[in-house]
Design a protein around this ligand. Structure first.
Ligand SMILES: [Zn+2]
Ligand SMILES: [Zn+2]
Length: 446
């Protein structure tokens, strides 16, 4: 679901273009170990890539990875939040770190032409059969998840505490994290002090690591407005109350929520993505339907936008003289997708460690108005949980260079052409997740 990362500035592109290619400065034992594991992880990646499954249907994916985690010595529970997997490794007194990967593919027919391209098909909620593809790169997340699990299991004598590794279903629906929480993720299993995850990025070069401090991703609300009217003949508008005209006024007036009512320094988006009404030239219908996506960061900002939408819809109907019993109906989808907050001190701490390891490949990036349900884990207990999701650039270096030169339009996440440099994403993320976890779970007393 995430739509991540700006294109970097030209300067950053230069730096990353040069640096991300190179094997970073101090190669170390952990990096060597990742390198040794990469052939196996790429094999796993290609298998996952060729066999995507839709949200809440990740049966084979979950089974496959659960078995591997079990082989590594984790206590594994399947079927948490429908298809979710929880793998726990207890290793003495200490804090609890949770690492999350999401599992679902998308109803997109792959057009990358890769030898391991998906030929899978499935039926999403729309009921229309479609090709399936890991077009959001969740296959890279899962491969790196196994990569980190292997390294941490092999290094039990280097850390102390509890490791909870989860495979989350249905990120693309924004429902999987909540499903796992509601199925007892934090009550049946050790509750984390720290939550970490990453997402591949289609707007950054392969091997770059981006992060936002504080808000990283937005609140996402889906709002439906049914504008009622009094239908009739198109030639006799005075005998009707035209819902198309009212809905049009609503669409225009909604634009003032962001431009006139909100503090310009507090970002928000109100987009009307669908406007449906009427059937024929000369009939004024009795209804028009609008579908909106509404983006914000804070709770107050969100509440003000939703209140404003309700107020504007009603006021425009009143301005048109709509009868009291034909007022618009505004409904906000529940649950909504809450914003993702990277707790600032924790983010600084983890990124300081990763900067030491990866040097200039690490950069701070502004938040985006995309959505992710990763934030749910933090929101389950914001007083006691530190949380961070970071981005790992996936654009192959040659394509990045062409795009910087204006010679190539890059595909975005969810594109049928999205083919990340999986090797760079998986090796970078495996090393980053493992190194961060080792730092967070230090061995006590030698
Ligand atoms: Zn996605
Ligand atoms: Zn995604």
């Amino acid at each position: 679901m995430v739509r991540v990362i700006r294109k970097s500035t030209a300067a950053l592109g230069l730096v990353l273009g040069a640096v991300a290619l190179a094997v970073p400065a101090q190669a170390d034992e952990l990096r060597d170990a990742v390198g040794e594991d990469m052939p196996g992880l790429m094999e796993l990646y290609k298998d996952l890539h060729a066999n995507p499954e839709l949200s809440f249907q990740e049966f084979e994916t979950a089974k496959k990875l659960a078995a591997r985690a079990r082989d590594l010595g984790f206590e594994v529970t399947e079927g948490v939040g429908q298809t979710g997997v929880v793998a726990v490794m207890r290793n003495g007194e200490g804090p609890t770190v949770m690492l999350r990967a999401d599992m679902d593919g998308l109803p997109v027919t792959e057009q990358t032409g890769l030898p391991y391209a998906s030929k899978a098909k499935g039926v999403p909620a729309s009921g229309i059969e479609s090709g399936l593809m890991h077009a959001c790169g969740h296959d890279t997340h899962m491969a790196a998840w196994i990569g980190a699990a292997q390294l941490l299991a092999e290094r039990k004598d280097e850390w102390q505490g509890t490791l909870v590794m989860i495979l989350q279903p249905a990120e693309e629906l924004g429902l999987g994290a909540l499903a796992m929480l509601e199925d007892g993720l934090f009550t049946r299993f050790p509750k984390p002090d720290y939550v970490l995850g990453f997402h591949d990025a289609a707007g950054a070069p392969a091997g770059a690591i981006g992060y936002a401090k504080g808000y990283a991703l937005a609140n996402v609300d889906s709002v439906d407005i049914t504008v009622k009217g009094v239908g009739g003949h198109g030639a006799y508008p005075h005998t009707t109350k035209d819902p198309i005209v009212v809905a049009s006024s609503i669409v225009m007036r909604l634009q003032t929520l962001v431009s006139r009512e909100k503090n310009p320094l507090d970002p928000a988006v109100v987009t009307v993505g669908s406007f449906l009404a009427g059937a024929k030239h000369n009939i004024i219908p009795d209804e028009a339907k609008l579908q909106l996506t509404v983006r914000s960061y804070g709770a107050e900002s969100r509440a003000a936008l939703l209140e404003g939408i309700e107020r504007i819809a009603k006021a425009e109907a009143m301005a048109a003289g709509m009868p009291e019993d034909r007022m618009p109906v505004v409904s906000v989808q529940d649950p909504y997708l809450p914003s993702t907050y990277n707790t600032p001190e924790f983010t600084e701490q983890v990124m300081a460690g990763l900067s030491e390891r990866f040097g200039e490949r690490v950069f701070e990036t502004p938040p985006v108005m995309g959505g992710e349900d990763f934030g749910q884990f933090y929101l389950a207990d914001p007083e006691n949980i530190e949380s961070l999701i970071f981005w790992v650039g996936g654009v192959p270096q040659d394509q990045w260079a062409k795009s910087e030169a204006g010679e190539l339009e890059l595909p975005s996440l969810h594109s049928p052409f999205w083919a990340p440099d999986a090797e760079a994403v998986i090796s970078t993320a495996t090393e980053a997740m493992t190194a961060a976890t080792l730092d967070l779970l230090p061995r006590k007393g030698g």
